[in-house]
Each structure stands twice: as C-alpha cells, then as structure tokens.
Design a protein around this ligand. Structure first.
Ligand code: ZN
Length: 276
C-alpha cells in the first residue's frame, strides 16, 4: 500500500472549491449552447421512490404495484375484447324487470367472490351455469379485472386452450415453471366449459389440476352451459362431483331473459363474447 499516494494534495476545502469551479464551467457551457441548466440532474420516472419501487423496506411504491398489475394483465391472457367488461359496465337494467333483483344478487355474489379472491381468502370455487348471452362472460371478466387490479394473478382460458397449454408445457416445451403457474395462479378461469368430446388424457389432466387447486384452496371460476348430467357425461362423474362439491353455483337461465336481452342488445351493446 505504501506505493499508493493521493493524486493531489487537495483537502476538503480545496475539493469543494474545485467542484464549484467545474460546476460554473459547466453552467457557462450550457448557457453558451442553450442547454437547460438542470440537464445533468438525474430524472426519475417516479419521484416518490426514485425508481427503487419501494417507499420503505416493507412498503411498495404505487409505481411498482402498477408495474406488477400490468405484468399480471399481460400474463392473464384476458382477451382484449373483455377489457371494458367490468362490474361498472355490467347493466342490470338491460334485464327484464322480473329478473333484475335476481341479477343484482348474482352481481353481489360475484363481487363478494372477487373480493375474497383479491384478499386471498377464497376457499371455494364459483361455477356459472347457464345459456349463451346471459352475462356469464361479462361477469367472469369483471371478476378477473377486480382480482388483477388487486395485484393477484389470473389466467383466463377456455378448456381447449388450457389443455393445449398443458400438452405444450409438458411435452413440447418441457417447461415445468409454466405448468406450475396453471396450478398455482391465484385465480384460474375456465371460460365456457362445453360438451366437446374430450380424450382420456384431457380428463386425467383436468382431474389432477382441479384436485390440486382444491387441495391447496386455490379458487377457480368455471362457466359452462352444461347441466350436471351433461357435465358428468362429458368429464366423468368424479370431475363433476369434485368441482360442484367445492363450488358456489350460480345458475343463469331462462329463454325469456335471452329473448329480451337480444332485443335490448340490438339497442346497445350488452355483452361481447370473445371470438376465438
Ligand atoms: Zn415509485
């Protein structure tokens, strides 16, 4: 260490003076070149946390929370056409008068479910049963938005999409992390569970997934137009009973509602179903 000597003999005062002279020189150059005087100052995207993301060691800044939400939205696969389908845009007044108080209860149940998932307290699943165009997709989307905005993760898929993902992650990509996301996501939404013929592989994978999520108290939201019997027929009795036994079931049905909604829709948009 003896060979290392201070490069200059400046003391504290000397250094301060040197810095002040440099600063003045910079400012003179800036003025001459018409550069803003604060050009060399550090600019933060977020002045609250100076881009660290944290206000205190245990308190995230709102900018970090927003970034997480943006990421979660991206990851959720929520179809773009459902961006606007929130609780605020769900219109109970478009239902026939005799169904409105029932629909208000349905919406209240959905909001309560969304709040439980958003606070990590959901212990059961929610199943929507009912025909096309009665609001199942809009309500599923509204629940997804509420959960995502609370910075919890959501994955929104149809069953064929879900099975494709499982097959892909398992056999083609060999991506156990992506596969475990399907198991561990805070809310898994299976949109429009239909009566298509499913293979033995699909039934087995679906059973494993549902079982895992129920065992770990991870909620699912399933919408389907199938009756109990059809559900058993398409997916076996053990899946149907596992799902229904652990779910709050909301039934939206009635030809009258459908007809009247169709008429209401021709006057204004009520529900846009995702086209896939
Ligand atoms: Zn910040």
């Amino acid at each position: 260490m003896a060979g290392l000597r201070p490069r200059s003999g400046l003391g504290r005062d000397g250094l301060d003076g040197w810095a002040a002279r440099l600063e003045a020189e910079w400012q003179a150059i800036f003025t001459q070149r018409q550069i803003p005087p604060d050009y060399l100052e550090i600019w933060w995207h977020c002045s609250s946390c100076r881009d660290s993301g944290w206000l205190r060691p245990d308190e995230k800044c709102s900018c970090l929370v927003q970034q997480e939400i943006d990421y979660l939205y991206h990851q959720s696969e929520l179809p773009p056409e459902l961006r606007e389908q929130t609780f605020d845009t769900f219109r109970v007044d478009l239902y026939p008068p005799e169904f409105r108080s029932f629909m208000e209860q349905v919406v209240a149940e959905c909001k309560a479910f969304a709040a439980r998932v958003a606070s990590g307290q959901a212990t059961e699943n929610l199943v929507f049963r009912g025909g096309v165009g009665l609001g199942k997709t809009h309500l599923s989307s509204a629940i997804a938005h509420t959960v995502l905005r609370s910075a919890r993760s959501v994955i929104y898929l149809t069953l064929p999409e879900l099975l494709d993902r499982i097959r892909h992650y398992k056999f083609e990509a060999a991506d156990p992390e992506a596969l475990s996301l399907l198991r561990e996501v805070d809310l898994l939404i299976l949109d429009d569970l239909g009566g298509e013929k499913v293979s033995e592989f699909s039934v087995q994978e679906l059973f494993v997934l549902i079982n895992y999520r129920i065992a770990h108290r991870l909620p699912m939201l399933v919408s389907t137009n199938l009756s109990w019997t059809d559900l058993e027929g398409a997916y076996t009795a053990r899946i149907a009973s596992r799902l229904m036994g652990s779910s709050l079931v909301l039934k939206l049905d009635g030809d009258d509602i459908r007809l009247l909604l169709k008429r209401a829709r021709s006057q204004g948009p009520m529900e846009a179903r995702p086209s896939r």
